[in-house]
Design a protein around this ligand. Structure first.
Ligand code: SF4
Ligand code: SF4
Length: 369
């Protein structure tokens, strides 16, 4: 099938060369590439053909699609979705029943070896009948659809790691996409839900370069998941000074102090919320006054209370806290230093920082720092 190039599509819609370059500048920025890459992006997009995308939704809450559609026109998200061919999407397509399944089969047949599969939701293995679409079990539909795909994108924490359905006691035997698709290029885009511009940024990267971006050890694009929420949080200076809100309505909370003691999981969570934000870059959870829940990390539903403060390993913390008291250093600064060291050690060993690296406070939240 001879699909239009992106440039042809934009020209058909009356977009000028100047507008096209503006679009390329926005895309380059979205993909966190340096401005010097704009001309390379423009060159690639002039000849890029719109890829066929088949979007499968399994055990999920529709939150990932809702996140993506929470945008106002015209947006970069809208442009990208105008310029891929979204041939099958349970939630967004008008067709249903046999016609919908025919669209999926047609897209697979006509774009064999070239189409992208996006999956949201986990897949139940205990009983194929737990979740079916058009009488086809999720596991059978996934395996059939990815067989001739060029790459697979697992959108949302359910698809990436099993998510809420996988939480103990995992009544459906839910697994992630990577558990069932070991032999295809796979990108995990976790989040509950993921930031919309992260989803579109990953698609933009594929559209531009025809390849998947560099991934971390959990299969996440490093460009969006390379730093922790804590690394990029605007409340970080309060953390470093040891200024913590103790309740959601105290003076510290009103002054925008750090939410660490109220359970913020920002120090062990890798995502781009703090920079890309939500709802057209209006705000993000920590800016709205609530701690990060750690939604882009594996098993976050089973990692303990959202409102229980993290602490750092007892030995290091106790030793450093002693020095801090002697030196008059803020306790948050010590925690910050140790967290930085924990991360630096993990980076040096090419391993991720997980909740296990930050012991959950066993006493009470006020001792969490
Ligand atoms: S602990 Fe949370 S609120 Fe405090 S600086 Fe880190 S990410 Fe921000
Ligand atoms: S702030 Fe944390 S919990 Fe909230 S969406 Fe971002 S990564 Fe998920």
């Amino acid at each position: 099938m001879n699909r239009q190039t992106l440039l042809e599509m934009l020209q058909q819609q009356g977009v000028t060369r100047r507008g096209f370059l503006k679009y390329c500048t926005a895309l380059t920025s979205l993909m966190a590439l340096p401005p010097s890459m704009v001309s390379a992006v423009a060159e690639a997009l002039e000849t890029a053909r719109r890829p066929s995308v088949i979007w499968l939704s399994f055990q999920e809450c529709t939150g990932c699609t809702e996140s993506l559609t929470r945008s106002y026109s015209p947006t970069i998200e809208g442009l990208i979705f105008d310029h891929i061919s979204l041939d099958y999407h349970h939630t967004l397509q008008a067709a249903s029943g046999t016609a919908a399944e025919l669209a999926r089969e047609q897209a697979m047949h006509e774009n064999k070896g070239k189409y992208l599969v996006v999956v949201d939701g986990s897949i139940p293995l205990d009983n194929p009948g737990f979740s079916t679409i058009a009488g086809i079990s999720n596991v059978a539909m996934l395996k059939e659809t990815v067989a001739n795909a060029v790459a697979v994108i697992a959108v949302g924490t359910c698809a990436a790691y099993g998510g809420l359905p996988h939480a103990a006691p995992n009544p459906t035997g839910a697994v992630s996409v990577s558990d069932l698709v070991p032999d295809k290029p796979l990108i995990n885009v976790p989040g509950c839900p993921p930031v919309p511009s992260v989803i579109t940024g990953v698609l933009a990267h594929f559209l531009t370069f025809g390849a998947i971006p560099e991934l971390d050890e959990l299969g996440r694009p490093k460009v969006f998941y390379g730093q922790s929420i804590h690394d990029r949080c605007y409340r970080r200076s309060f953390y470093d000074k040891g200024l913590f809100a103790e309740s959601f309505d105290d003076e510290g909370a009103k002054k925008g102090w750090c939410l660490y003691r109220l359970g913020c999981k920002g120090p062990m969570t890798y995502n781009a919320c703090a920079t890309l934000k939500w709802n057209q870059e209006t705000s993000w959870p920590v800016e709205s006054g609530h701690g990060c829940l750690g939604c882009s990390e594996p098993n976050f539903w089973d990692a303990g209370s959202f409102y229980k403060a993290l602490s750092i390993p007892d030995g290091d913390y106790a030793r450093a806290a002693g020095y801090a008291v002697a030196a008059g250093v803020g306790i948050g600064a010590v925690a910050g230093l140790l967290n930085k060291n924990t991360k630096a050690n993990a980076v040096a060993k090419h391993s991720s920082v997980s909740v296990d690296d930050f012991a959950v406070n066993k006493n009470n939240n006020n001792e969490g720092a």
